[in-house]
Design a protein around this ligand. Structure first.
Ligand SMILES: Cc1ncc(COP(=O)(O)O)c(C=O)c1O
Length: 404
């Protein structure tokens, strides 16, 4: 991958890319990973951090995490399972999609050694048992439904068993599990640490109703990143709320505490550079959009940060509000913003859209023949961070260190 000191260096000269450019900042992935590995802890219990691969499965992300010491991965599909198993044979993979195809279960178990499977229904439990040949070495995790209040992107509707159903599933899964777990998802970009406390109380109520011993409490994803106007409490407040609630749960003495962060590990480590193809008033027609790397920037009306990257100089013009159109023919391919950019922005300028390391390149399609995206590593760190700047830096001995 090409390495540049700052993103604008990637788009200068005759060999400037034709399509959008994904800016990779692997040091920010390392910083976030080290922070979680060092700080997601529970007194006297094993705590594990599983990366939710769906947030960004780019090889540079996976390699940066692995180099920082992360070995556990939350996969949602057969392809994700294969990707991780092939790249990191010593990794532990958890198949955390509550609805899996039979082939995906078989291949995960028999070809890739996956033993951790999530479920939220009796039918899925039966499917897992059938397709693994009634295996006796499974770690089955029952996903329960919890309130998504406090989350900027609720995920409550689709998955998760209600309390009574969860209790029945826990009872059914206990005798066929080598280890039994509970999990939930508080919703993405959760701005309230108390949401984890409440969800864990829900999980505890299901465990008590079931009257079974539980070995794993998996608090899922939802840990936030920092977007303009959306500054969450420090991540330590989330860990504190989780460890307090974990202490109060009626689980096995040696129960493990797991989390599955996606966004929080990668959001600030990625950005998109997109070129202005045409300007009409304060609307800019770009070479990237809703069907490319800007799905979230289109459908989640958050204030993604932007800045001008002019190949042949800078602008001193005052800023004004702009909206964007993506390159496809679909009129919903529009990003309303408002995005504050210099008033003289013009065709041929590029715009860096920051905080798109999570759910950016991961969501791109090839609709209308667009979507080809080159990746360039940039050495700067221009956007806001939830982590200490020196976290994850390489020490003289070559080991990664995590700053507190
Ligand atoms: C099961 C599961 N775990 C973890 C995540 C990651 O969530 P986030 O990116 O909000 O941390 C997701 C996201 O959809 C998920 O479905």
């Amino acid at each position: 991958m090409k390495r540049v000191p700052v993103p604008v260096a990637a788009i200068r000269g005759a060999d400037a890319p034709e399509g959008p450019v994904a800016i990779a900042r692997p040091d920010r992935v390392a910083a976030a990973t080290c922070w979680f590995l060092d700080n997601f802890r529970a007194d006297g219990s094993v705590a594990r951090v599983l990366y939710a691969v769906k947030a960004n499965p780019s090889p540079w992300v996976l390699e940066a995490m692995y180099a920082a010491g992360l070995r556990w991965f939350d996969c949602a599909s057969e392809v994700e399972v294969e990707t991780i198993a092939t790249r990191f044979p010593d990794a532990t993979i958890a198949f955390m999609h509550p609805v899996k195809s039979r082939r995906a279960i078989r291949r995960a178990y028999f070809d890739h050694g996956v033993r951790i499977f999530v479920l939220d229904s009796a039918d899925e439990l039966a499917k897992i048992l059938e397709e693994t040949g009634q295996a006796r070495d499974l770690k089955l995790v029952v996903r329960i439904a919890v309130s998504n209040e406090g989350a900027s992107l609720p995920l409550a509707a689709k998955f998760g068993a209600g309390r009574a159903e969860a209790a029945a599933l826990l009872r059914a899964a206990r005798p066929v599990s080598a280890e039994l777990g509970v999990s939930f998802h508080v919703g993405s970009q959760c701005m309230d640490p108390g949401a984890y406390r409440r969800a864990m109380a829900e999980a505890n109520a299901a465990i008590v109703a079931a009257g079974v011993v539980v070995d794993i409490v998996d608090v899922g994803g939802g840990f936030p990143s920092v977007y303009p106007g959306m500054t969450p409490p420090p991540l330590q407040a989330y860990v504190d709320a989780i460890t307090d609630a974990f202490d109060a749960m009626l689980v096995a003495q040696n129960a493990e505490l797991w989390c599955e962060p996606g966004r929080a590990l990668v959001a600030e480590a990625g950005a998109i550079l997109t070129r202005v193809e045409l300007r009409k008033g304060n609307t800019l027609y770009l070479n990237d959009g809703a069907y490319g790397n800007l799905f979230d920037a289109t459908h989640v009306s958050w204030p993604f940060p932007v800045k001008l990257a002019r190949p042949d100089g800078e602008s001193v013009a005052r800023h004004a509000a702009f909206s964007f159109y993506g390159p496809t023919c679909d009129s919903i391919d529009t990003q309303k913003g408002p995005f504050m950019l210099p008033m003289d922005v013009r065709e041929g300028d590029w715009i860096e859209i920051g905080m798109l390391g999570a759910y950016g390149v991961a969501m791109a399609t090839r609709f209308n023949g667009f979507g080809e995206t080159e990746t360039v590593v940039s050495e700067d760190a221009p956007w806001a961070s939830l982590y200490p700047q020196d976290a994850g830096q390489q020490s003289p001995t070559g080991r990664r260190t995590a700053a507190k």
